[in-house]
Design a protein around this ligand. Structure first.
Ligand code: GLY
Length: 393
């Protein structure tokens, strides 16, 4: 009995080692081909005029196209198409872009970058259709209506009973749309707005340890910053994992467009905060909040893991050899974790989403330990970035 157990454990160990030793080329190929089949399952679970959102009671929850995540499904389909050239996936991407296009006029919040650039930005990158560029340009104009020159920020959400003029760290993710439009023949004002927003956020949102607050609330009449608080994190002074991820991704993107070394330094400082954190996990997929009260039993957030992995890969592009090894090595570890059975769903399960175990808004009792469209999107992006930048062809 003892011998049988020893052999069983040795085999398990060897299987584990050989899985660890799988080349990134093989892993990426397997994950992208899995995504091709799995997203056909997801597409069947989502009505033609809706977008996938999460999984609730075993069923795919969907949203209309005004939901901040509406760009991620078409964007993910485009990454899958880019890799696999599968005609069915391409047709699905085109159908979903078709229902999203009208949101280029949306001005109800700051999420236009997520919605219209993760989708149409990728479509234009692949196909250069003039009508897609016009959609992106219009979306930038819609987003710019939310710029508040007196405080040099884009207002994230409208004023409400809870907030006056809230600016959330997530907003850093909408700046890529603005920078891209200016750099591709558009008005210089869009990039100016993005730079002003990034500079204000750099000066106000970060703590001395380079973690960031979630929400800053301003009084628009006086221009005064009144509160530094959280909406989705554990506490006002905690480090909500996805917020840290948005900050890292946002600043490395801003460095790509501006070559402003202050943005690169901030990105490195955020990355180092995350990679040296005492509550960092062994597989590098973070708890939903770095200060969650029940660590090590706190839930993980695969979406934060995907976003951080993708951002670290870009950070590696602007780093010297030693730092690149650190950032890309961490990203690779995160990708391998996400691709493992701990996070990656089995074929046909999970409603058709790729990844399990994300947290949307725990304190709001919504989207807890569920798949989320953006976890999948940034996972696919990380796979594609790794292939483009770090695989020897
Ligand atoms: N931007 C909203 C979120 O990260 O949940």
């Amino acid at each position: 009995m003892k011998n049988t157990l020893t052999i069983a454990f040795s085999l398990l160990f060897l299987t584990h080692i050989s899985a660890q030793q799988k080349s990134m080329a093989t892993l990426i190929d397997e994950q992208m081909n899995f995504a091709k089949d799995q997203y056909k399952v997801l597409a069947k679970n989502v009505p033609a005029d809706r977008m996938p959102k999460a999984l609730k009671d075993g069923k795919v929850e969907t949203s209309n196209t005004k939901w901040w995540c509406s760009g991620f499904f078409p964007g993910s389909l485009l990454y899958i198409y880019e890799y696999t050239k599968d005609a069915e996936i391409k047709a699905e991407a085109e159908r979903r872009l078709g229902i999203l296009e009208k949101e280029k006029h949306y001005t109800g919040n700051h999420d236009l970058g997520f919605m219209m650039y993760c989708s149409f930005g990728n479509a234009y990158r692949l196909w250069q259709k003039p009508e897609d560029k016009r959609t992106i340009d219009t979306a930038a104009m819609s987003l710019a209506t939310r710029y508040r020159p007196s405080i040099k920020v884009i207002q994230s959400w409208n004023s409400s009973a809870k907030f006056k003029c809230p600016i959330i760290i997530d907003n850093m993710m909408n700046l890529e749309l603005l920078c891209w439009v200016t750099d591709n023949g558009g008005d210089a004002k869009f990039k100016d707005i993005a730079i002003n927003h990034a500079n204000t956020t750099m000066a106000t949102h970060f703590r001395p340890d380079y973690s960031s607050y979630h929400v800053l609330d301003y009084n628009l009449e006086t221009g005064k910053l009144e509160r530094k608080i959280t909406h989705q994190g554990y506490a006002d002074e905690s480090a909500w994992a996805r917020g840290q991820a948005w900050g890292l991704y946002g600043y490395i993107t801003m460095y790509r467009f501006t070559h402003d070394l202050r943005y690169l330094d901030l990105s490195k400082n955020i990355a180092n905060f995350l990679l040296n954190h005492p509550n960092k996990t062994a597989d590098l997929i973070p708890y939903w909040d770095y200060n969650a009260p029940n660590i090590p039993k706190a839930l993980r957030d695969a979406s934060a893991g995907s976003i951080i992995a993708s951002a670290l890969l870009e950070l590696g592009q602007y780093s010297d050899d030693k730092e690149r090894t650190k950032y890309v090595g961490a990203a690779e570890k995160m990708i391998r974790s996400l691709a493992s059975s701990r996070y990656r769903a089995k074929k046909g399960e999970n409603g058709g989403f790729l990844l399990m175990h994300s947290v949307g808004h725990l304190t709001g009792n919504s989207e807890i330990d569920t798949p989320l469209t953006y976890a999948d999107y940034y996972f696919l992006e990380a796979l594609m970035r790794y292939k483009k930048w770090y695989l020897k062809s």
